[in-house]
Design a protein around this ligand. Sequence first.
Ligand SMILES: Cc1cc2nc3c(=O)[nH]c(=O)nc-3n(C[C@H](O)[C@H](O)[C@H](O)COP(=O)(O)OP(=O)(O)OC[C@H]3O[C@@H](n4cnc5c(N)ncnc54)[C@H](O)[C@@H]3O)c2cc1C
Length: 455
Amino acid sequence: MDIYTSLKNIVGEDNVSNNPEELFIYSRDPGAQHPRRVDYVVMPETTGEVQKVVMLANEKKIPITPLGGGFTLSALVVPNRGGIVLDMKKMDKIIEVNETNRYALIEAGVSQAALQAYLKKHHPHLQHSTPEAPPTVTVVGNALIQGHGHISPRYGVNSDMVNGMEVVLPTGEICTTGSASVSPYWFTRGPLPDLAGLFIGWFGTTGVVTKLSMKLYPKPAYREVLAFQTDDIDSIADAIVDVTQLDLLEDYFLIMQEKPDWMNHMFHIIIVSGHSEEELEFKKSAFKGLFNKFKGGDKVKFVDDLHPALEKRFLDVPPLAALAADFRKGGGFEYTGAILPIDKVPEAWRKGIDISRKYGMVCSYVHQVLTCHSVMFGFNYSFNRADEQDIEITRKALEESNRLTLELGGMIWKGEVAAQKLTMEKMDPNTAQLIQKVKKLLDPNGIMNPGNWEA
Ligand SMILES: Cc1cc2nc3c(=O)[nH]c(=O)nc-3n(C[C@H](O)[C@H](O)[C@H](O)COP(=O)(O)OP(=O)(O)OC[C@H]3O[C@@H](n4cnc5c(N)ncnc54)[C@H](O)[C@@H]3O)c2cc1C
Protein backbone atom coordinates (compact mmCIF):
# COMPACT_ATOMS: atom_id res chain seq x y z
CA MET A 1 0.00 0.00 0.00
CA ASP A 2 1.38 3.48 -0.78
CA ILE A 3 2.14 5.96 2.00
CA TYR A 4 -0.71 8.32 1.14
CA THR A 5 -3.29 5.51 1.36
CA SER A 6 -1.81 4.25 4.64
CA LEU A 7 -2.02 7.78 6.11
CA LYS A 8 -5.58 8.18 4.78
CA ASN A 9 -6.56 4.93 6.49
CA ILE A 10 -5.25 6.26 9.81
CA VAL A 11 -6.58 9.85 9.88
CA GLY A 12 -9.27 9.89 7.17
CA GLU A 13 -9.20 11.57 3.77
CA ASP A 14 -9.95 15.07 5.11
CA ASN A 15 -6.91 15.03 7.38
CA VAL A 16 -4.13 14.14 4.97
CA SER A 17 -2.82 15.82 1.85
CA ASN A 18 -0.07 15.46 -0.71
CA ASN A 19 -1.56 18.16 -2.87
CA PRO A 20 1.18 20.67 -3.91
CA GLU A 21 -1.12 23.67 -3.34
CA GLU A 22 -1.71 22.59 0.26
CA LEU A 23 1.91 21.58 0.89
CA PHE A 24 3.17 24.98 -0.28
CA ILE A 25 2.34 26.75 2.98
CA TYR A 26 4.06 23.99 5.01
CA SER A 27 7.27 24.27 2.98
CA ARG A 28 8.21 27.66 4.48
CA ASP A 29 7.68 29.83 7.54
CA PRO A 30 7.45 33.61 7.94
CA GLY A 31 11.19 33.97 8.75
CA ALA A 32 14.25 34.36 6.51
CA GLN A 33 15.18 30.69 6.04
CA HIS A 34 14.96 28.92 2.66
CA PRO A 35 11.78 26.97 1.74
CA ARG A 36 12.13 23.16 1.84
CA ARG A 37 10.26 20.17 0.46
CA VAL A 38 7.25 18.57 2.21
CA ASP A 39 5.71 15.30 0.97
CA TYR A 40 2.60 14.93 3.17
CA VAL A 41 0.73 16.95 5.74
CA VAL A 42 -1.29 15.04 8.32
CA MET A 43 -3.69 16.46 10.93
CA PRO A 44 -4.32 13.84 13.62
CA GLU A 45 -7.28 14.19 15.99
CA THR A 46 -6.28 11.73 18.73
CA THR A 47 -3.18 10.38 20.44
CA GLY A 48 -4.01 6.97 18.94
CA GLU A 49 -3.79 8.46 15.43
CA VAL A 50 -0.48 10.15 16.24
CA GLN A 51 0.81 6.79 17.46
CA LYS A 52 -0.22 5.01 14.25
CA VAL A 53 1.32 7.71 12.02
CA VAL A 54 4.59 7.59 13.99
CA MET A 55 4.69 3.78 13.81
CA LEU A 56 4.14 3.88 10.06
CA ALA A 57 6.88 6.50 9.63
CA ASN A 58 9.24 4.48 11.80
CA GLU A 59 8.60 1.31 9.83
CA LYS A 60 9.02 3.06 6.44
CA LYS A 61 11.77 5.40 7.71
CA ILE A 62 9.94 8.56 6.68
CA PRO A 63 10.85 11.84 8.45
CA ILE A 64 8.18 13.44 10.67
CA THR A 65 8.17 17.10 11.68
CA PRO A 66 5.71 18.12 14.43
CA LEU A 67 4.06 21.51 13.88
CA GLY A 68 2.19 23.72 16.33
CA GLY A 69 1.58 27.28 15.15
CA GLY A 70 4.74 27.31 13.03
CA PHE A 71 5.85 30.73 14.26
CA THR A 72 9.35 30.25 15.65
CA LEU A 73 10.52 32.19 12.57
CA SER A 74 13.62 29.95 12.39
CA ALA A 75 12.06 27.22 10.22
CA LEU A 76 12.06 24.62 12.99
CA VAL A 77 8.84 23.18 11.55
CA VAL A 78 9.99 23.13 7.94
CA PRO A 79 11.33 19.63 7.23
CA ASN A 80 15.01 19.37 6.34
CA ARG A 81 14.58 16.04 4.57
CA GLY A 82 11.00 16.06 3.31
CA GLY A 83 8.47 13.57 4.68
CA ILE A 84 5.41 14.20 6.87
CA VAL A 85 4.49 17.43 8.61
CA LEU A 86 2.35 16.46 11.59
CA ASP A 87 0.11 19.48 12.08
CA MET A 88 -1.30 19.25 15.62
CA LYS A 89 -3.95 21.99 15.35
CA LYS A 90 -6.94 19.61 15.37
CA MET A 91 -5.92 18.27 18.78
CA ASP A 92 -7.28 21.39 20.45
CA LYS A 93 -9.12 20.24 23.58
CA ILE A 94 -8.70 21.93 26.94
CA ILE A 95 -9.12 18.75 28.93
CA GLU A 96 -9.09 20.04 32.49
CA VAL A 97 -8.50 23.19 34.47
CA ASN A 98 -7.78 22.35 38.07
CA GLU A 99 -8.65 25.49 40.07
CA THR A 100 -7.22 24.48 43.40
CA ASN A 101 -3.99 22.98 42.17
CA ARG A 102 -3.72 25.65 39.48
CA TYR A 103 -2.96 23.83 36.28
CA ALA A 104 -4.46 23.34 32.82
CA LEU A 105 -4.23 20.02 31.00
CA ILE A 106 -4.42 20.66 27.27
CA GLU A 107 -3.89 18.94 23.95
CA ALA A 108 -0.94 19.92 21.77
CA GLY A 109 -2.92 22.03 19.30
CA VAL A 110 -4.45 24.44 21.85
CA SER A 111 -3.49 27.98 20.88
CA GLN A 112 -2.43 30.73 23.26
CA ALA A 113 -5.57 32.70 22.39
CA ALA A 114 -7.86 29.69 23.01
CA LEU A 115 -6.43 29.03 26.48
CA GLN A 116 -6.46 32.71 27.35
CA ALA A 117 -10.11 33.10 26.24
CA TYR A 118 -11.16 29.92 28.07
CA LEU A 119 -9.57 31.05 31.33
CA LYS A 120 -11.05 34.53 31.01
CA LYS A 121 -14.53 33.03 30.65
CA HIS A 122 -14.42 30.13 33.11
CA HIS A 123 -11.60 30.92 35.57
CA PRO A 124 -11.21 34.72 35.51
CA HIS A 125 -8.88 34.86 38.49
CA LEU A 126 -6.33 32.53 36.85
CA GLN A 127 -3.84 33.19 34.04
CA HIS A 128 -1.14 31.41 32.11
CA SER A 129 2.14 32.91 30.95
CA THR A 130 1.26 34.34 27.52
CA PRO A 131 4.01 35.02 24.97
CA GLU A 132 3.82 38.06 22.81
CA ALA A 133 3.76 35.84 19.72
CA PRO A 134 0.78 35.74 17.31
CA PRO A 135 -2.36 34.37 19.10
CA THR A 136 -2.50 31.24 16.91
CA VAL A 137 0.77 29.83 18.25
CA THR A 138 0.41 26.80 20.49
CA VAL A 139 1.00 26.65 24.23
CA VAL A 140 2.85 23.36 23.72
CA GLY A 141 5.10 24.57 20.86
CA ASN A 142 6.06 27.57 22.96
CA ALA A 143 6.83 25.55 26.10
CA LEU A 144 8.89 23.05 24.08
CA ILE A 145 11.16 25.79 22.71
CA GLN A 146 11.61 27.29 26.20
CA GLY A 147 9.61 30.39 25.29
CA HIS A 148 8.66 33.15 27.69
CA GLY A 149 5.46 35.00 28.46
CA HIS A 150 4.13 38.08 30.20
CA ILE A 151 4.77 36.73 33.70
CA SER A 152 8.12 35.09 32.91
CA PRO A 153 10.12 37.91 34.54
CA ARG A 154 8.33 36.98 37.74
CA TYR A 155 7.86 33.21 37.54
CA GLY A 156 10.42 31.86 35.04
CA VAL A 157 10.36 30.76 31.41
CA ASN A 158 7.36 28.82 30.15
CA SER A 159 9.13 25.45 30.04
CA ASP A 160 9.71 25.83 33.81
CA MET A 161 5.92 25.84 34.18
CA VAL A 162 5.38 22.40 32.62
CA ASN A 163 4.09 19.83 35.12
CA GLY A 164 3.97 16.86 32.80
CA MET A 165 3.38 15.59 29.30
CA GLU A 166 1.93 12.72 27.33
CA VAL A 167 4.39 11.86 24.55
CA VAL A 168 4.37 9.45 21.62
CA LEU A 169 7.93 8.19 21.35
CA PRO A 170 9.53 7.81 17.89
CA THR A 171 9.09 4.03 18.18
CA GLY A 172 5.39 4.40 18.98
CA GLU A 173 5.13 3.89 22.77
CA ILE A 174 2.89 6.37 24.62
CA CYS A 175 4.59 7.64 27.73
CA THR A 176 3.68 10.09 30.52
CA THR A 177 6.10 12.33 32.41
CA GLY A 178 5.68 13.91 35.85
CA SER A 179 3.10 13.17 38.55
CA ALA A 180 0.53 11.88 36.03
CA SER A 181 2.74 8.83 35.53
CA VAL A 182 1.83 7.74 39.09
CA SER A 183 -1.21 9.82 40.08
CA PRO A 184 -4.47 11.11 38.59
CA TYR A 185 -3.16 14.67 39.21
CA TRP A 186 -1.05 16.49 36.60
CA PHE A 187 0.21 18.86 39.27
CA THR A 188 3.98 18.48 39.49
CA ARG A 189 7.07 17.43 37.56
CA GLY A 190 8.82 15.75 40.47
CA PRO A 191 10.11 14.36 42.70
CA LEU A 192 11.07 11.92 39.94
CA PRO A 193 13.85 11.65 37.37
CA ASP A 194 12.98 14.70 35.24
CA LEU A 195 11.93 13.12 31.94
CA ALA A 196 10.48 16.44 30.71
CA GLY A 197 14.08 17.29 29.83
CA LEU A 198 14.02 14.59 27.16
CA PHE A 199 11.46 16.60 25.18
CA ILE A 200 11.92 20.29 26.08
CA GLY A 201 14.45 22.10 23.87
CA TRP A 202 14.78 19.22 21.37
CA PHE A 203 12.73 20.77 18.52
CA GLY A 204 10.58 17.68 18.04
CA THR A 205 13.54 15.33 17.56
CA THR A 206 12.66 13.01 20.45
CA GLY A 207 8.91 12.49 20.24
CA VAL A 208 5.49 14.03 19.68
CA VAL A 209 3.91 15.70 22.70
CA THR A 210 0.16 15.08 22.61
CA LYS A 211 -0.90 16.50 26.01
CA LEU A 212 0.71 18.90 28.43
CA SER A 213 -0.08 20.23 31.87
CA MET A 214 0.84 23.88 32.38
CA LYS A 215 0.91 25.76 35.67
CA LEU A 216 -1.59 28.59 36.12
CA TYR A 217 -1.09 31.66 38.31
CA PRO A 218 -3.28 34.15 40.19
CA LYS A 219 -4.43 36.94 37.88
CA PRO A 220 -4.18 40.41 39.42
CA ALA A 221 -7.02 42.88 38.93
CA TYR A 222 -4.83 45.95 38.38
CA ARG A 223 -1.84 46.60 36.11
CA GLU A 224 0.17 49.68 35.32
CA VAL A 225 3.15 50.63 33.17
CA LEU A 226 6.12 52.52 34.59
CA ALA A 227 8.95 53.73 32.38
CA PHE A 228 12.27 55.42 32.65
CA GLN A 229 14.49 56.59 29.88
CA THR A 230 18.24 56.95 29.59
CA ASP A 231 21.02 57.08 27.02
CA ASP A 232 23.58 55.68 29.42
CA ILE A 233 24.13 52.20 28.00
CA ASP A 234 26.70 51.33 30.66
CA SER A 235 24.05 51.67 33.37
CA ILE A 236 21.86 48.87 31.96
CA ALA A 237 23.21 45.98 33.98
CA ASP A 238 23.16 47.88 37.29
CA ALA A 239 19.64 49.13 36.56
CA ILE A 240 18.40 45.58 35.86
CA VAL A 241 19.97 44.33 39.08
CA ASP A 242 18.45 47.18 41.13
CA VAL A 243 14.99 46.89 39.55
CA THR A 244 14.79 43.12 39.94
CA GLN A 245 16.23 43.29 43.47
CA LEU A 246 12.96 44.94 44.55
CA ASP A 247 11.21 41.69 43.60
CA LEU A 248 7.96 43.51 42.83
CA LEU A 249 7.52 43.48 39.07
CA GLU A 250 5.39 41.41 36.71
CA ASP A 251 7.08 42.16 33.39
CA TYR A 252 10.17 44.09 32.33
CA PHE A 253 11.29 45.18 28.83
CA LEU A 254 14.11 47.24 27.43
CA ILE A 255 13.28 48.89 24.13
CA MET A 256 14.94 51.27 21.69
CA GLN A 257 14.27 52.21 18.11
CA GLU A 258 16.25 54.64 15.97
CA LYS A 259 13.06 56.01 14.37
CA PRO A 260 10.88 57.93 15.27
CA ASP A 261 13.30 60.26 17.08
CA TRP A 262 11.40 60.23 20.39
CA MET A 263 12.04 56.47 20.63
CA ASN A 264 15.77 56.80 20.06
CA HIS A 265 16.54 56.33 23.75
CA MET A 266 16.80 53.31 25.97
CA PHE A 267 13.44 52.80 27.68
CA HIS A 268 13.09 50.53 30.68
CA ILE A 269 9.43 49.46 30.73
CA ILE A 270 8.24 47.91 33.97
CA ILE A 271 4.79 46.45 34.38
CA VAL A 272 3.51 46.26 37.92
CA SER A 273 0.32 44.56 39.01
CA GLY A 274 -1.71 44.14 42.15
CA HIS A 275 -4.77 42.40 43.50
CA SER A 276 -5.88 45.65 45.15
CA GLU A 277 -5.33 49.35 44.46
CA GLU A 278 -3.29 49.58 47.67
CA GLU A 279 -0.92 46.85 46.51
CA LEU A 280 -0.46 48.57 43.15
CA GLU A 281 0.15 51.97 44.77
CA PHE A 282 2.72 50.45 47.12
CA LYS A 283 4.64 48.89 44.23
CA LYS A 284 4.53 52.06 42.16
CA SER A 285 5.90 54.17 44.97
CA ALA A 286 8.68 51.64 45.63
CA PHE A 287 9.77 51.86 41.97
CA LYS A 288 9.53 55.64 41.84
CA GLY A 289 11.73 55.83 44.93
CA LEU A 290 14.22 53.55 43.23
CA PHE A 291 14.32 55.55 39.99
CA ASN A 292 15.12 58.71 41.95
CA LYS A 293 18.09 57.00 43.54
CA PHE A 294 19.61 55.51 40.40
CA LYS A 295 23.28 55.97 39.80
CA GLY A 296 23.94 58.46 37.01
CA GLY A 297 21.51 61.01 38.49
CA ASP A 298 20.36 63.23 35.66
CA LYS A 299 21.25 60.61 33.06
CA VAL A 300 18.07 58.76 34.04
CA LYS A 301 14.65 60.31 33.49
CA PHE A 302 11.39 58.98 34.83
CA VAL A 303 8.81 59.09 32.03
CA ASP A 304 5.60 60.62 33.40
CA ASP A 305 4.04 61.07 30.01
CA LEU A 306 4.69 57.78 28.25
CA HIS A 307 3.27 57.93 24.74
CA PRO A 308 -0.34 56.60 25.06
CA ALA A 309 0.21 54.21 22.13
CA LEU A 310 3.20 52.71 23.90
CA GLU A 311 1.42 52.53 27.25
CA LYS A 312 -1.56 50.70 25.76
CA ARG A 313 0.68 48.21 24.01
CA PHE A 314 2.38 47.25 27.23
CA LEU A 315 -0.84 47.07 29.24
CA ASP A 316 -2.30 44.50 26.87
CA VAL A 317 -1.82 40.82 27.73
CA PRO A 318 0.29 39.79 26.01
CA PRO A 319 2.06 43.12 25.63
CA LEU A 320 2.87 44.06 22.03
CA ALA A 321 6.51 44.96 22.57
CA ALA A 322 7.75 43.53 19.26
CA LEU A 323 5.72 46.12 17.42
CA ALA A 324 8.52 48.44 18.39
CA ALA A 325 10.46 46.67 15.65
CA ASP A 326 11.01 48.49 12.41
CA PHE A 327 8.72 46.60 10.03
CA ARG A 328 9.65 47.40 6.48
CA LYS A 329 7.81 46.97 3.21
CA GLY A 330 7.36 43.27 2.52
CA GLY A 331 6.54 42.35 6.12
CA GLY A 332 9.42 39.93 6.86
CA PHE A 333 10.70 39.82 10.44
CA GLU A 334 13.17 37.59 12.22
CA TYR A 335 15.37 37.88 15.27
CA THR A 336 18.20 36.19 17.03
CA GLY A 337 16.77 35.62 20.47
CA ALA A 338 19.89 35.69 22.61
CA ILE A 339 19.60 34.58 26.21
CA LEU A 340 22.36 36.72 27.72
CA PRO A 341 23.96 37.07 31.12
CA ILE A 342 22.88 40.47 32.50
CA ASP A 343 26.43 41.90 32.61
CA LYS A 344 26.88 41.38 28.85
CA VAL A 345 23.86 43.46 27.83
CA PRO A 346 25.75 46.80 27.31
CA GLU A 347 28.31 45.14 25.00
CA ALA A 348 25.57 43.33 23.07
CA TRP A 349 23.70 46.62 22.75
CA ARG A 350 26.67 48.42 21.17
CA LYS A 351 27.72 45.57 18.90
CA GLY A 352 24.14 44.94 17.83
CA ILE A 353 23.88 48.55 16.64
CA ASP A 354 27.09 48.00 14.64
CA ILE A 355 25.61 44.89 12.98
CA SER A 356 22.42 46.76 12.04
CA ARG A 357 24.47 49.61 10.54
CA LYS A 358 26.73 47.22 8.63
CA TYR A 359 23.72 45.62 6.92
CA GLY A 360 21.86 48.89 6.33
CA MET A 361 19.05 48.19 8.80
CA VAL A 362 17.38 50.58 11.23
CA CYS A 363 18.22 49.32 14.71
CA SER A 364 15.20 48.37 16.81
CA TYR A 365 15.59 46.56 20.09
CA VAL A 366 13.11 44.70 22.27
CA HIS A 367 14.54 42.75 25.18
CA GLN A 368 12.72 41.03 28.03
CA VAL A 369 14.34 40.57 31.42
CA LEU A 370 13.72 36.95 32.48
CA THR A 371 13.48 36.65 36.26
CA CYS A 372 16.54 38.26 37.82
CA HIS A 373 19.01 35.97 36.07
CA SER A 374 19.12 36.69 32.34
CA VAL A 375 17.84 38.81 29.49
CA MET A 376 16.24 37.69 26.23
CA PHE A 377 18.07 40.08 23.94
CA GLY A 378 16.37 40.38 20.54
CA PHE A 379 18.60 41.27 17.60
CA ASN A 380 15.66 42.21 15.34
CA TYR A 381 15.76 42.38 11.56
CA SER A 382 12.96 43.18 9.18
CA PHE A 383 13.11 42.48 5.48
CA ASN A 384 11.12 42.48 2.28
CA ARG A 385 9.85 38.94 1.65
CA ALA A 386 9.63 39.64 -2.06
CA ASP A 387 13.31 40.62 -2.31
CA GLU A 388 15.70 37.63 -2.27
CA GLN A 389 18.74 39.89 -1.85
CA ASP A 390 17.19 41.55 1.19
CA ILE A 391 16.47 38.12 2.72
CA GLU A 392 20.09 37.05 2.11
CA ILE A 393 21.33 40.19 3.90
CA THR A 394 19.06 39.30 6.83
CA ARG A 395 20.52 35.78 7.01
CA LYS A 396 24.00 37.30 7.19
CA ALA A 397 22.94 39.69 9.96
CA LEU A 398 21.38 36.77 11.85
CA GLU A 399 24.54 34.71 11.50
CA GLU A 400 26.64 37.56 12.83
CA SER A 401 24.28 38.05 15.75
CA ASN A 402 24.38 34.32 16.49
CA ARG A 403 28.20 34.38 16.58
CA LEU A 404 28.16 37.47 18.78
CA THR A 405 25.70 35.80 21.16
CA LEU A 406 28.07 32.87 21.67
CA GLU A 407 31.14 35.13 21.93
CA LEU A 408 29.40 37.02 24.74
CA GLY A 409 28.86 33.79 26.64
CA GLY A 410 25.14 33.77 25.80
CA MET A 411 22.83 31.10 24.40
CA ILE A 412 21.02 31.23 21.06
CA TRP A 413 17.30 30.66 21.70
CA LYS A 414 15.21 28.65 19.16
CA GLY A 415 18.03 28.86 16.62
CA GLU A 416 17.69 27.81 12.99
CA VAL A 417 19.73 24.79 11.84
CA ALA A 418 22.83 26.94 11.14
CA ALA A 419 22.62 28.44 14.65
CA GLN A 420 22.26 24.97 16.19
CA LYS A 421 25.45 23.94 14.38
CA LEU A 422 27.31 26.96 15.76
CA THR A 423 26.15 26.03 19.26
CA MET A 424 27.17 22.39 18.82
CA GLU A 425 30.63 23.45 17.58
CA LYS A 426 31.18 25.45 20.75
CA MET A 427 29.69 22.84 23.05
CA ASP A 428 31.66 20.51 25.34
CA PRO A 429 32.23 17.55 22.93
CA ASN A 430 31.02 15.05 25.53
CA THR A 431 27.76 16.99 25.88
CA ALA A 432 27.35 17.11 22.11
CA GLN A 433 27.92 13.34 21.99
CA LEU A 434 25.42 12.76 24.78
CA ILE A 435 22.79 14.65 22.77
CA GLN A 436 23.43 12.35 19.79
CA LYS A 437 23.27 9.25 22.02
CA VAL A 438 19.94 10.29 23.55
CA LYS A 439 18.48 10.96 20.11
CA LYS A 440 19.71 7.61 18.81
CA LEU A 441 18.32 5.79 21.83
CA LEU A 442 14.85 7.31 21.48
CA ASP A 443 14.78 7.51 17.69
CA PRO A 444 16.91 4.68 16.27
CA ASN A 445 15.80 5.35 12.68
CA GLY A 446 16.33 9.11 12.85
CA ILE A 447 12.80 9.95 11.70
CA MET A 448 12.01 12.84 14.08
CA ASN A 449 12.62 16.29 12.59
CA PRO A 450 16.04 15.19 11.23
CA GLY A 451 18.66 17.85 10.61
CA ASN A 452 18.02 19.51 13.99
CA TRP A 453 20.57 19.18 16.79
CA GLU A 454 22.86 17.17 14.51
CA ALA A 455 26.58 17.30 15.14
C1 LIG B 1 5.99 39.04 16.50
C2 LIG B 1 6.47 37.82 17.28
C3 LIG B 1 6.64 37.94 18.64
C4 LIG B 1 7.07 36.83 19.38
N1 LIG B 1 7.18 36.96 20.74
C5 LIG B 1 7.49 35.89 21.49
C6 LIG B 1 7.50 35.97 22.92
O1 LIG B 1 7.22 37.02 23.51
N2 LIG B 1 7.82 34.87 23.61
C7 LIG B 1 8.12 33.70 23.00
O2 LIG B 1 8.38 32.73 23.70
N3 LIG B 1 8.11 33.59 21.67
C8 LIG B 1 7.80 34.63 20.89
N4 LIG B 1 7.79 34.52 19.53
C9 LIG B 1 8.31 33.28 18.89
C10 LIG B 1 7.28 32.16 18.61
O3 LIG B 1 6.25 32.67 17.79
C11 LIG B 1 6.65 31.58 19.87
O4 LIG B 1 7.62 31.10 20.75
C12 LIG B 1 5.59 30.50 19.60
O5 LIG B 1 4.89 30.30 20.80
C13 LIG B 1 6.12 29.17 19.16
O6 LIG B 1 5.02 28.27 19.17
P1 LIG B 1 4.50 27.55 17.85
O7 LIG B 1 3.22 26.87 18.16
O8 LIG B 1 4.51 28.50 16.70
O9 LIG B 1 5.67 26.48 17.71
P2 LIG B 1 6.14 25.77 16.36
O10 LIG B 1 6.95 26.74 15.56
O11 LIG B 1 5.00 25.13 15.67
O12 LIG B 1 7.09 24.61 16.96
C14 LIG B 1 8.24 24.91 17.69
C15 LIG B 1 9.12 23.67 17.80
O13 LIG B 1 8.46 22.71 18.63
C16 LIG B 1 8.21 21.50 17.89
N5 LIG B 1 6.86 21.08 18.25
C17 LIG B 1 5.70 21.77 18.12
N6 LIG B 1 4.68 21.05 18.59
C18 LIG B 1 5.19 19.87 19.01
C19 LIG B 1 4.64 18.70 19.60
N7 LIG B 1 3.34 18.60 19.84
N8 LIG B 1 5.46 17.68 19.92
C20 LIG B 1 6.79 17.77 19.69
N9 LIG B 1 7.37 18.85 19.15
C21 LIG B 1 6.59 19.88 18.82
C22 LIG B 1 8.34 21.86 16.43
O14 LIG B 1 8.78 20.78 15.65
C23 LIG B 1 9.39 22.97 16.49
O15 LIG B 1 10.67 22.39 16.53
C24 LIG B 1 7.36 35.60 18.74
C25 LIG B 1 7.17 35.49 17.37
C26 LIG B 1 6.71 36.59 16.64
C27 LIG B 1 6.48 36.41 15.17
